[in-house]
Design a protein around this ligand. Structure first.
Ligand SMILES: *Cc1c(COP(=O)(O)O)cnc(C)c1O
Length: 425
């Protein structure tokens, strides 16, 4: 461990705990030197990093601004009000709660606000691209509630709204979730809202993956269609690990009560501060450019992959994400993902809709462009990225470790020319 270089910019950490400091330093090098294609990840700015490492960490502040159970909150209240005000302005909502610890607890709060244990809830099935917390069986949301699940069509890879409507009218769920973790296409919030209204359900738009695209005007907004909007703050929104719940005034009390005291104790104030900074950054014109560049890069990358004979779920992408089915390339997703990792190209293996293989050894890989766009790569670089993926997948199939090392060196060269936000050279 101690043979790893210590990060000179964390002097106190290096002096107190060299073992841990070395691991942080090594992770910085990994994030700097590799092509990070995991669509739920990003690079936060130096400003966001600094905000999340402040003495706000030292405070307890159960409650909400002006209604705390602890004294000494005058500055903390201002921090939280800044984050709330910026969320409301950026997304155009009546109400924002910035306290959920992460996306999964935020979704739990939604259930607590609108459903009773045993009630029927509805969401997209995990293997179709939904999230665990949308009522999937292994999640508390699928054991404490009765989860019914919709998917995508086998022939198109798209959501079938007739199926969603039939299921909703038959099952009468209390809550319907739309959104997911592996959906390469635009979400039709208006279509979901119409179905939710017919079924008498609360519609929750879980925009964790696409919040930054929405903020930047590169994906339609769920406002005013959804009753509640749930999002993480650390994916395309490029903030700290955290979450927000947004809603109309009529649901504000129920949402706030569910988060605190329903589910949580004290909010993580250092995270609230970093969320405020990220929302400020996301309100600037340069973030609109970023969001549109993420989508342009994903489209260009999808084109280049199709040209190399790859099979993409739904035939391409409208957003930041591409889901690749590697069946026709004769390589299991996990084998490809592990080989690409050795080539400095970081992806995750993923089920594809109607996957005949097991979730822990599925047919696909999932990639995305938020991180590479944060480093300033543009559409002109996407043929190189597609080539690395193509050569990497071929090398995985052929067991050609030398080819993977060659790719790794090429990747490191391009990455060195595009410094990562928040990581000293
Ligand atoms: C990432 C994600 C979540 C969960 O977020 P965590 O912070 O990992 O708990 C919830 N819903 C969707 C759609 C997501 O993509």
């Amino acid at each position: 461990m101690t043979s790893l270089p210590l990060p000179a910019h964390h002097p106190a950490l290096a002096a107190t705990d060299p073992e841990l400091a070395a691991l942080v330093g090594a992770e910085e090098r990994l994030q700097a030197d590799t092509l990070r294609l995991i669509p739920s990840e990003n690079y936060v700015s130096q400003a966001v990093l600094e905000a999340s490492g402040t003495v706000l960490q030292n405070k307890y502040s159960e409650g909400y601004p002006g209604r705390r159970y602890y004294e000494g909150q005058r500055h903390i209240d201002q921090v939280e009000l800044l984050a709330i005000g910026r969320a409301k302005a950026l997304f155009g909502v009546d109400h924002a709660n910035v306290q959920p610890y992460s996306g999964s607890p935020a979704n739990l709060a939604v259930y607590l606000a609108f459903a009773q244990p045993g009630d029927t809830v509805m969401g997209m099935a995990l293997p179709m691209g939904g999230h665990l917390t949308h009522g999937w069986g292994v999640s508390a949301t699928g054991t404490w509630f009765r989860g019914v699940q919709y998917g995508v069509r086998r022939d198109t890879g798209l959501i079938d709204f007739d199926e969603v409507r039939d299921l909703a009218l038959k099952e009468r769920p209390k809550v319907i979730f739309c959104g997911g973790t592996a959906l390469p296409r635009t979400i039709d919030f208006a279509a979901f809202a119409e179905i939710a209204r017919e079924a008498g359900a609360v519609l929750v738009a879980d925009v964790a993956h696409i919040a930054g695209l929405i903020a930047g005007g590169a994906h339609p907004s769920p406002v005013p269609h959804a009753d509640v909007i749930s999002t993480t703050t650390h994916k395309t929104l490029r903030g700290p690990r955290g979450a927000m719940l947004m809603c109309r005034e009529e649901h504000a009390k129920a949402i706030d009560k569910a988060v605190f005291p329903g589910l949580q104790g004290g909010p993580h104030n250092q995270t609230t501060a970093a969320i405020a900074v990220a929302l400020h950054e996301a309100s600037r014109p340069s973030f609109r450019d970023y969001a549109h560049a993420v989508v342009a890069n994903a489209r260009a990358l999808a084109e280049a992959l199709l040209a190399r004979g790859f099979d993409l779920v739904s035939g391409g992408t409208d957003n930041h994400l591409i889901l690749m089915d590697l069946t026709s390339k004769d390589v299991p997703g996990k084998v490809a993902a592990k080989a690409l990792d050795r080539a400095g190209v970081v992806v995750n293996y993923n089920t594809v809709p109607y996957d005949p293989r097991k979730p822990f050894d599925p047919s696909g890989i999932r990639i995305g462009t938020p991180s590479l766009t944060s480093r300033g790569l543009g559409t002109q670089h996407m043929t190189a990225v597609a080539d690395w993926i193509d050569r990497g997948v071929g090398a995985a199939r052929d067991g050609d470790e030398d080819a993977l090392l060659t790719i790794r060196a090429e990747v490191a060269d391009l990455m060195a020319a595009h410094p990562a936000p928040g990581i000293p050279a």
